[in-house]
Design a protein. Structure first.
Length: 751
């Protein structure tokens, strides 16, 4: 009775809200005053009310749970709990354990109105559910003709994927997370040689933690292990203690990131654990046990070195298979652009390779910036993660700078929240209305829709109008057509109120007038392609005595070999100051290769000491990120037709990485069917005071018959941090890059 009396008194004290009809004044209610991410169950009424003041009834709930809604109120000048004003908008929020208790973060939202005040009732079984209810209420309240308006609705909602993170812990991206029902932020952290002392990243975690708590978000620490694992027990204990420290500082989810730099186990680790796979797994076991003892209850994410493409390399999969226990989640990152969009079958394939039960996913590099850059706009919207039946956690990668047209981010949040009811066009409409005002909607939606229609081509052979055809006239027509269409759409956007925003206008202005520049670039590319380069040629001799692969290029043993020298810049215009010398010969079964890289900065930190005396043998394993160090790349193209090119990357650490691909069109997007490959490489890597070198053998049977003309290229990348000199150099000039098989030199074989 007391509760009913209090409710009647509250209603009696409230003012009646004014009924309004914005749909007759250009506001599309099917777009505006709707909720994104798309709720599980949403029923919208046609009643819209203008309200003058809000009475917040939160009980014991912290005021911060209403921050998304309060942000909107401040933006449109709607007073909240103003004592001198009788409220005509009553917002009542409370915890209720009966609201979908088996669905984490579930909530209900009912907004009703009539002859009295408008009432918004939010009920949820968790604080995060209350927070999501206020995020939805925010989108049902907007400014219109100097008034604040809200709409009647009934919503019953809950997320599909348990953990939905944005890969930034900045204030801007925290706000975006709270507005669109992502429930956490990921931050890449580093340890040891990459970041500094352990206290430094604990301090970083504390700074993130305090900001995260105010937003009712989780914090995911993606901890990079640096570019070495050490095998001493002290090093392992220190790593485990570092993770425990992060957990105690408030990091709710933790991942081991074997990312960006090669995980090279030192000699102690190799002696103790066998190889770098064994070392990684030893660290994983120690860290996981320490975290459990400290009270950590989430899965521990484990990201392997190789996570690009559609599957894991065989050697990696074999090493990890069955080794990631029930407390560990495979943390898999998405394809680089261009690449296939992630989908559930892809996830199932990767999980089956490793035999793992729990799966986390990181959308690697699909940014959410300038919508004209189609590769950055679309791939996040194309991912299909399912509805939580497989993927437990997703982290969305974003740009580092705040974004003022974050449409792809919002549509991605829609995909993550409710994959079952995801509709790409509806998501794009709802995302557009979140960014622009009604008067600007049509122009910006047309722009975003056109970009969305182009963006899927980034993952196909017709990757760009610049490279979508072998016929120059077709390329030229596509450039003109797309540029003129884009210019017209952007000009229309510039004439709208949102287009005049001081933060948005510069973004739009950069999108106009691409046609002339693209056509000029096309002319230059066509000229370079037609003129080609002065490709070089060698004859690979046949020998009866194989060289000794001891890491010492003996002049007598390599006498008569085909010599690859005179390295230049990419186009062959300038001589490389640090020369490279290649030697090739073969017998009935093997191709022998020696490569000597002159180097004046052998003490540079990039020349890492592997922890054992040189020369260092190449091992029977698949390495990755080999190109993060000084390296040379040998390209072999049997048939000299750009089909099934073998790319072998080696470095001074006796690491190897192998790719196979087709390169039959001009430009990077002309590389097709690229994937990791297997190739047997035996031999040694060595260093001298003035050079580093490799001396290796490759079975001809894994390459092709030594007959006819082969395409051949040898290129070098210097990754040094000191001194000067050319970063990229090559033996035979190339038109557009290392993988330009059309410009390779020629290798023939002596009988």
């Amino acid at each position: 009775m007391r509760i009913l009396l209090a409710l009647l008194l509250t209603v009696a004290a409230a003012s009646a809200a004014e009924r309004v009809y914005p749909q007759y004044e250009g506001v599309n209610l099917n777009v505006y005053l709707t909720v994104t991410p798309t709720p599980r169950d949403e029923t919208y009424g046609m009643d819209v009310f203008a309200v003058k003041a809000v009475d917040m009834q939160l009980g014991d709930l912290p005021a911060t749970v209403a921050e998304p809604f309060l942000t909107r109120c401040r933006m449109i000048g709607l007073p909240v709990n103003a004592a001198e004003t009788t409220a005509d908008f009553i917002v009542d929020a409370a915890l209720d354990p009966t609201v979908l208790p088996d669905k984490p973060e579930s909530y209900t939202l009912i907004v009703s109105g009539g002859d009295a005040a408008v009432t918004a009732t939010i009920r949820a079984s968790s604080i995060k559910g209350i927070h999501h209810g206020f995020a939805s209420l925010r989108q049902l309240t907007m400014g219109w003709q100097g008034k604040a308006i809200t709409r009647t609705v009934e919503i019953r909602d809950y997320p599909g994927i348990p953990y939905r993170f944005v890969k930034r812990a900045s204030g801007y991206w925290m706000e975006q997370a709270t507005f669109y029902k992502l429930n956490g932020c990921s931050s890449q952290m580093s340890r040891g040689n990459d970041f500094g002392t352990g206290e430094a990243y604990l301090k970083l975690a504390r700074a993130y933690r305090d900001a995260i708590r105010e937003k009712h978000l989780y914090l995911h620490g993606m901890v990079s292990m640096g570019n070495r694992y050490e095998g001493s027990q002290e090093a392992i204990d220190a790593a485990a203690a570092g993770y425990v420290g992060l957990f105690k500082e408030g990091v709710s989810h933790l991942s081991i990131m074997n990312d960006d730099k090669m995980t090279l186990a030192d000699k102690t680790a190799r002696d103790r654990f066998g190889d770098y796979f064994g070392t990684q797994l030893a660290y994983l076991d120690a860290i996981e046990k320490a975290l459990r003892q400290a009270g950590y209850r989430q899965h521990l994410g484990f990201m392997p070195n190789h996570y690009h493409g559609h599957a894991m390399p065989k050697a990696d999969a074999a090493a990890y298979r069955g080794k990631l226990g029930d407390n560990t989640a495979l943390f898999w990152a998405g394809d680089y652009i261009p690449g296939l969009p992630a989908h559930r079958e892809h996830f199932r394939e990767v999980m089956a390779q490793v035999d793992v039960r729990h799966f986390w996913y990181y959308t690697n590099w699909p940014q959410v910036s300038n919508p004209y850059f189609a590769p950055n706009f679309m791939p996040t919207r194309m991912h299909d993660f399912g509805d939580g039946e497989m993927v437990e956690l997703v982290t969305i990668s974003t740009t580092t700078a705040p974004n003022y047209i974050p449409v792809s981010f919002i549509t991605m949040a829609d995909r993550l929240w409710n994959a079952e009811d995801y509709n790409a066009d509806q998501a794009l409409r709802r995302a557009t209305k979140e960014v622009v005002d009604p008067a600007s909607f049509d122009a910006f939606y047309a722009l975003f829709q056109y970009v969305a229609s182009l963006a899927p081509t980034v993952n196909l052979e017709t990757a760009s109008p610049m490279y979508s055809s072998e016929l120059p006239d077709v390329r030229r027509a596509l450039i003109v057509q797309r540029a003129e269409r884009m210019d017209a759409l952007v000009v229309a956007c510039l004439s709208t109120p949102f287009g005049q925003d001081e933060k948005v206008r510069p973004i739009l202005e950069k999108m106009v007038g691409c046609k002339e520049g693209d056509l000029a670039r096309l002319e230059r590319d066509e000229q370079a392609f037609n003129e080609g380069v002065d490709a070089r040629a060698v004859v690979c001799p046949r020998v009866t005595k194989a060289p000794t692969l001891d890491g010492v290029v003996d002049p007598e043993e390599w006498r008569g070999a085909a010599v690859l020298d005179g390295f230049t810049d990419l186009r062959g215009a300038n001589t490389a100051p640090h020369q490279t010398h290649g030697y090739l010969m073969r017998d009935d079964t093997m191709l022998y290769v020696a490569i000597v890289c002159d180097e004046s900065e052998m003490k540079d930190p990039a020349i890492i000491d592997p922890g054992e005396p040189y020369p260092v043998p190449f091992l029977d394993r698949h390495d990755g990120f080999t190109w993060w160090y000084d390296c040379v790349e040998l390209f072999l193209d049997p048939g000299h037709d750009g089909r099934e090119v073998t790319q072998l990357i080696v470095n001074h650490l006796a690491m190897k990485e192998v790719f196979r691909f087709d390169s039959v069109k001009y430009g990077y997007y002309g590389v097709e069917n690229k994937r990791h490959g297997d190739l047997t490489v035996t031999g040694m890597a060595n260093i001298t005071p003035k050079s580093w070198l490799v001396e290796i053998a490759i079975p001809l049977g894994e390459l092709g018959e030594p007959t006819g003309d082969w395409g051949l290229s040898l290129s070098r990348t210097r990754r040094l941090t000191k001194g000067s000199g050319m970063k990229y150099s090559t033996w035979s000039p190339l038109v557009w890059g290392f993988q330009d098989a059309r410009s390779f030199g020629t290798m023939t074989f002596s009988p």
